[in-house]
Design a protein around this ligand. Structure first.
Ligand code: G3P
Length: 276
């Protein structure tokens, strides 16, 4: 499974790439906002365009998803083409992120604008990451329209189910992949899905069963166990926030083991090895 970093923070991106485990970057307007606020707070002056170029270079040739901000096919297509045209020459790694359904309220007539945009961009060979996917059927439609990646938002499904079941914990806490029962003793679900991991797993199963050429990019992941379960479910990619990638390496028994090994080093062995 590939690991993307879900961040627009250049410092985090560079640091995570230095660990040798990152295969791409995903951003969205909220992550860009966070990065811009951090830049402003530090007093650093850099144009948005230059900042994006630095991110594309930091990705070392791996894919970087940049999201459009429109809600109609016309605007999203223009923005997707513009992003690709302006930035793909930097490192050849721009992926355009399009919401599966950009409606801002039911019945506003925008429900199919995402799919139409995906089709138009895919026909021009522009790779699309279809975002805000909350059901395997949305994933299927996005893949049929030509998306290269679909991004099921595991954590946000869990948020919804956690609230429905009044299950304890915060949004970064683990939510059981098998689901939980509500106060009435019945399993809570959304559209038959009992957890975000199940959403990811069903997207994977559906694509495998029908031999659909589209990568499942597990998104909105908030803790290491969720990343592990998405990997076991067969996700092609997990996009993971910096803090969660950092948590993935930690284990108290590893620290305990290191301390014990260091204590046991004999001079005969230490003298043999270069000090670095
Ligand atoms: O990968 C999508 C992501 O950025 C959304 O994550 O934690 O805001 O649901 P979250």
């Amino acid at each position: 499974m590939k690991i993307f970093i879900d961040s627009a923070d250049l410092q985090q991106i560079r640091e995570a790439f230095s660990w040798g485990i990152v295969d791409g970057i995903t951003t969205n307007p909220s992550l860009i906002k966070k990065a811009v606020e951090k830049l402003k707070a530090s007093g650093e002056q850099v144009s948005m365009g230059d900042y994006i170029k630095l991110m594309l270079e930091a990705a070392q040739g791996t894919p970087v998803s940049l999201e459009v901000i429109g809600t109609t096919e016309k605007v999203m297509t223009a923005q997707g083409l513009w992003l690709h045209e302006h930035f793909n020459s930097v490192a050849g790694n721009v992926v355009v992120k399009i919401p599966v359904n950009p409606s801002l309220q039911r019945g506003d007539g925008l429900s199919y604008e995402g799919l139409k945009t995906i089709r138009t961009l895919a026909e021009r060979d522009i790779p699309v990451n279809c975002t805000l996917v909350f059901s395997p059927e949305q994933a299927l439609l996005a893949a049929k329209a030509g998306a290269a990646y679909v991004s099921p938002f595991a954590g946000r499904i869990d948020d919804m189910l956690r609230a429905r079941a009044a299950y304890p914990g915060s949004k970064t806490d683990y939510f059981p992949a098998d689901g939980v029962k509500g106060a009435d003793g019945v399993m809570v679900h959304d559209n038959g899905l009992r957890s975000g991991v199940q959403l990811v797993s069903e997207c994977v199963a559906l694509f495998h069963m029908h031999d659909i050429d589209c990568q499942v990019l597990a998104a909105s992941l908030r803790n290491p166990q969720q990343v592990r379960e998405c990997a076991i479910a067969g996700a092609d990619v997990a996009t993971v926030p910096f803090e969660v990638i950092r948590d993935m390496i930690d284990h108290p028994k590893t620290v305990e083991g290191m301390i014990a090994f260091c204590k046991d080093i004999v001079p005969e062995y230490a003298d043999l090895l270069p000090r670095g």
